[in-house]
Ligand binder design. Structure first.
Ligand code: PMP
Length: 421
């Protein structure tokens, strides 16, 4: 490789003309910190992409993955096939599920299980005599990955621009209004609506916390119209909101729960879809001619990923990390509270789970749309990795973060903000 040539790596969600020659190359991780190629240390305040919930560099994962590679490095789950780590993981995840008896369909990431959820929702109705129930309702600012159905279900308009026609049978409602869901179901016709996609806390759309009573209200509306309630917990699960699945902070019974990210702490790609027994039932009857879900990706439920996930669940259990997401929500909000009065800050959203957003003022964004990206760099210069999202930055630190890391946030972010203009 000649150094004169730019590296051909094309980054997701990146302006490659700007990235070339200015990459931030991460070389090592340990605990809540990562190091770059110059040996500089940074607090990983976003747990990479919301997923390094137990931090980086856990020996238990290395051991479990190495052991699995030695024993059985790959095998698929198609048809009658299974592997021990996949069976163990399905049992453990199902035992923790808010809906008892849930079935577990494994995938290779979040977007993968989101698309699986749409297919299962539609085929559930197709196989129970209501084939016209295909419509899916998402929320403005919702994010459900970049696969076909997930792109269509997502409500961040720019993420669908320029890709031609989207999958049909999707619409979006205001993210914060249960009445809007009722109205949209009436507009489309309850007999045509299959599912409603809902992140308990909207993540990539800017850390939007649900209004009080919202989750209970939309769950009830879905139930009343026999619309499947899909809780997209790809970010929310595995401690981010202080519970196993995130949606189990509320007294609701989702029909489908999507998870990924924290299920392996991000170490190996994996997604898991929980399917409530009534939705799975038509596929499990064993009757002649019973429906077969003709869906599944090569690497779905890969044994090495499942081994990593089983070791991850051990870590969460042994270290008591899951409740941390709730225990740390107020300390995180407190750490960011100084920013609320900063002249460049429009809003700080925090207080539900271990994640937060700091949004810049409208007038600043209007004249300087690149400000969130610059703020990210200024935070990096302060030794803190944050992510520019929409109108500001987000943080979602590892659940092992403690007082020193929160103190660092409290001091570094205002310093970075001071340098923004
Ligand atoms: N759903 C939600 C709520 C997400 O936050 C994400 C990823 N950030 C996805 C789905 C897609 O997951 P993946 O990037 O693993 O495909």
């Amino acid at each position: 490789m000649t150094s004169a040539q730019p590296n051909p790596l094309w980054h997701p969600f990146a302006d490659m003309g700007a990235v070339d020659g200015d990459r931030f190359v991460v070389t090592r991780g340990e605990g809540s910190y990562v190091w770059d190629e110059d040996g500089e240390r940074y607090f990983d305040a976003t747990a990479s992409l919301w997923y390094a919930n137990f931090g980086h560099g856990r020996e238990e994962i290395t051991r479990a993955v190495t052991e699995q590679l030695r024993t059985l490095d790959s095998y698929n789950l198609f048809g009658y096939n299974a592997t021990k780590p996949a069976l163990e993981l399905a049992e453990r995840v199902s035992a923790l599920a808010p809906v008892p008896g849930s079935k577990v369909f494994l995938g290779s990431g979040g977007g993968d299980v989101v698309d699986t959820a749409v297919k299962i929702a539609r085929s559930y109705f197709a196989h129970t005599g209501r084939p016209e129930k295909v419509h899916v309702i998402g929320r403005v600012q919702g994010y459900h990955g970049t696969h076909g159905f997930g792109t269509a279900a997502g409500g961040i308009a720019v993420n669908a621009e320029g890709f031609g026609p989207q999958a049909s049978g999707f619409s979006h409602i205001a993210w914060d209004s249960a009445e809007a869901l009722e109205a949209e179901i009436q507009r489309v016709g309850p007999e045509r609506v299959a599912a409603f996609f809902c992140e308990p806390v909207i993540g990539a759309g800017g850390v939007l916390l649900p209004p009080d009573g919202y989750i209970e209200a939309v769950a009830e509306i879905c139930h009343r119209h026999d619309v499947l309630f899909v809780a997209d917990c790809v970010i929310a699960a595995f401690g981010r909101l202080g519970t196993w699945f995130g949606i189990d902070r509320w007294p609701v019974r989702p029909d489908l729960i999507t998870t990924a990210k924290g299920i392996t702490g991000g170490t190996i790609p994996l997604g898991a879809l929980l399917v409530a027994p009534r939705v799975a039932e038509p596929f499990f009857t064993g009757a002649p001619g019973a429906p077969v879900l003709r869906h599944g990706a090569t690497y779905a439920g890969h044994p090495v990923a499942c081994a990593a996930a089983n070791a991850t669940l051990d870590i969460y259990e042994r270290d008591g990390l899951i409740p941390r997401g709730r225990e740390l929500e107020k300390p995180l909000a407190d750490a960011l509270s100084g920013l609320r009065s900063h002249p460049l800050v429009g809003e700080v959203r925090a207080g539900l789970g271990f994640l937060a957003a700091v949004e810049l003022r409208d007038d600043l964004l209007a004249t300087d749309p690149g400000a969130p990206g610059r703020l990210q760099r200024l935070c990096r210069a302060e030794g803190v990795l944050v992510r520019p999202v929409g109108r500001g930055i987000v943080v979602s630190p590892p659940l092992i973060a403690a007082e020193p890391e929160l103190d660092l946030l409290a001091s570094a972010l205002p310093r970075a903000m001071d340098r923004l203009v």
